[in-house]
Structures are given as C-alpha cells and as structure tokens.
Ligand binder design. Structure first.
Ligand code: AHM
Ligand code: MG
Length: 335
C-alpha cells in the first residue's frame, strides 16, 4: 500500500477547536461554537466567491457602504451570510460590520460575545480573481446578559480581544485564528467540505525582505515612512502589494515582511479600520511573534471612540516594524 495512504487524514478544524476547549478548564463551549459558526459562514462565502464569474454576483451593487465606498454584491452577500450564521449560533449579542453603520443586534440577548468583522475585505479585487478575505475579532461583552449589546461592549480596546482570525480566499482557502495561545492555520478541502490543520503554531520570522504599501500615494506619506521606503530600496528588499490586506498580511506572516498603510493626504488617519481590520490582525501578528503599530504606538492599546474608526497601520515582522518606528521617531525629532 502507498505509505501516504496509511497516514491519518489530519485534524479537522472542528476537532482542533474541541481539543483546545479541553485546555481551558472552565470553558463552556460557547466560544468554540462561535468559531464553528464563523467557519460555516466561511465555507458558504467561499462557495459564492468560487462561483463569482458564473453568477451575477460581481460588479457594483449600486450602493455605497458607510464609508462612502462602492459596495460590491459579494460584500453584501458575505455580510448577510456571516450575520446569519452568528445570529443562528446564539452566542453573539451584537456585531460590528464594515458594511453597516450601526451596531447589529442579533436578538440573542443571552449571548456573551461581540464580533467585529469585515465580511469581505479587498472587495475591489473580486472581479479580477485576486485573493480577498474575511477578518474578525471576538470580545466578551462587559454589560450584563439579558439585554442588547451596548456601545461600550463594542468599543473595547484590542488588548481585550479573546479571539481573532481571518479567512483568505486565494489559490486555496485558509482560515487562520488565535484565541491568545498561538496562531494556527487551516486549509479548506472543498471535496470534503472541511478545514484541515495545515499550519500549526505559526511563528512569523523576526525579520524579512518584503515591504508592502501603496507606493502610488508615497508623495503624501509621512517623511519617516518615505525614508523607510528609501532604506528598503537601498537594502534591496522586494516590494509586494496585492491591495488586499488579508492576502498581503498572510504572505508577510508566513514569509516575513512589513505591511504599511500610513496616514496620507487622502486618508489623514490612515484608511484601515481599527475595530475589524487593524486590531484583529494585530492580535494575530503579536501571537505569532510580530508587531503592530501605528508608527508611533501599539495598535491594540488605542482606546476606540467610534465603531468605524480608522488608524495608520505598520504590521508584520517585529524588527521591520521597529525599524519603521525608528524612522518615524527620527523624523519627529527633526521637525
Ligand atoms: P476595503 O475594506 O474597502 O476592501 O478596503 C481595504 C483595502 C485593503 O484590503 C487594502 O490593503 C487596502 O484597502 C488597499 O487600499 P489602496 O487601494 O488605497 O492601496
Ligand atoms: Mg476592509
């Protein structure tokens, strides 16, 4: 018999989540259920994305989201799928979504958790077959159960996350998540309809040779970032920018690198959203040994004041993020 056939099939996401639950002595299984609900929605969204060229789901929906950006049909579909899965699961009382201005109350007033999510990030890439992703963070509510989630429940800083993850819909579909005990990655096997553990205990390299930013906006980057980009070129680093945060982040997480979306003239506070883009990836990168900064301070320590707040983001290999901070600091001293 072929030796490979004698090997076990592998660890499914469900089994992994169950095993991890046993590591927490008082876990009641609610967070495990919540993670499984997210995985279920991810499978459904993955199916829709894979059919994107065949069905009439690409292109603009003729609507704009709360940030005034063009909403794609798949954004809307993904938003509906994730909300439905979380509502049906029963563990989540309120959701913040990039696609909706206000807090979404699920009606599960007994739910202990809050989810912040970008249901489909990088959506301008859908029509051209480029990787896109879902990003999420989970918080425990601070208010008593029995009523709707409150604004205070939703506006907790990133250090209070109890789980975060992303799904990258790419050459294969992967779900990567942390509950604060390291980072694990699962690859989707479509014929079996299961995610399998493929990247256990992800540790990001201390440094790398990839920098990722939209250099088209470089004229309006802070001088510290401009100087850092010159340094990257002198060092012979590679520039890699997909324009899909999850995909750029995922590559840099595995290979080592830094992703930078600083303040620009067009986006004076940066473009990316604190609650469901920056904080979620910050938790993951820190758990993998990397760093996430605004260029001057740790992202996860920002006290949020608005649901859709933006912040500059420098994220990736620890030494590269520190180097950007050094350049920013040097420039602040000069001016
Ligand atoms: P979105 O949430 O509207 O999809 O915007 C976020 C995306 C990120 O995925 C990506 O890194 C960034 O916007 C690209 O922005 P730009 O085109 O300004 O480089
Ligand atoms: Mg987004």
């Amino acid at each position: 018999m072929n030796d490979k056939l004698a090997l076990p099939v592998g660890t499914t996401l469900d089994r992994f989540i169950m095993r991890k639950q046993e590591d927490f002595p008082y876990a009641t299984g609610e967070l495990s259920q919540l993670l499984r609900d997210i995985a279920l929605a991810a499978k459904i969204v993955n199916r829709e994305i894979n059919r994107a060229g065949l069905l009439d789901v690409t292109g603009a929906y003729g609507n704009q989201n709360v940030q005034g950006e063009e909403q794609q049909k798949l954004d809307v579909i993904a938003n509906i799928r994730f909300i439905r899965a979380l509502r049906n699961g029963g563990e989540v009382c309120a959701i913040i979504s990039e696609e909706e201005e206000d807090i979404i109350q699920t009606g599960n007033t007994k739910g202990k958790y809050i989810v912040a999510m970008d249901p489909l990030d990088g959506s301008s890439n859908i029509d051209v077959n480029v990787s896109i992703g879902t990003i999420f963070s989970v918080y425990r509510r601070t208010s008593e159960t029995g009523c709707d989630g409150t604004l205070e429940d939703c506006l907790q800083n990133g250090t209070r996350q109890i789980a975060a993850g992303y799904i990258v819909y790419g050459s294969s579909t992967m779900l990567v998540y942390t509950t604060g005990h390291g980072v694990n990655g699962f690859t989707y096997e479509p014929s079996l309809g299961e995610f399998f553990l493929s990247h256990p205990n992800i540790v990001t390299p201390r440094t790398g040779k990839i920098y990722s930013c939209n250099e088209g906006s470089a004229n309006s980057f802070p001088d510290g970032v401009k100087n850092y980009l010159n340094y990257c070129k002198e060092e012979g680093y590679s520039g890699r920018y997909i324009g899909s945060l999850v995909a750029d982040f995922h590559r840099n997480l595995l290979k080592g690198g830094v992703y930078i979306y600083p303040a620009t003239a067009k986006a004076p506070n940066g473009k990316l959203r604190l609650m469901y883009e920056c904080n979620s990836l910050a938790f993951i990168v820190e758990q993998a040994g990397g760093k996430a900064s605004t260029g001057t301070k740790r992202v996860m320590e920002i006290e949020p004041t608005e649901l859709h707040q933006r912040c500059p983001l420098v994220i990736g290999s620890a030494e590269m993020v520190e180097k950007v901070e050094e350049f920013m600091k040097a420039e602040a001293l000069v001016s």
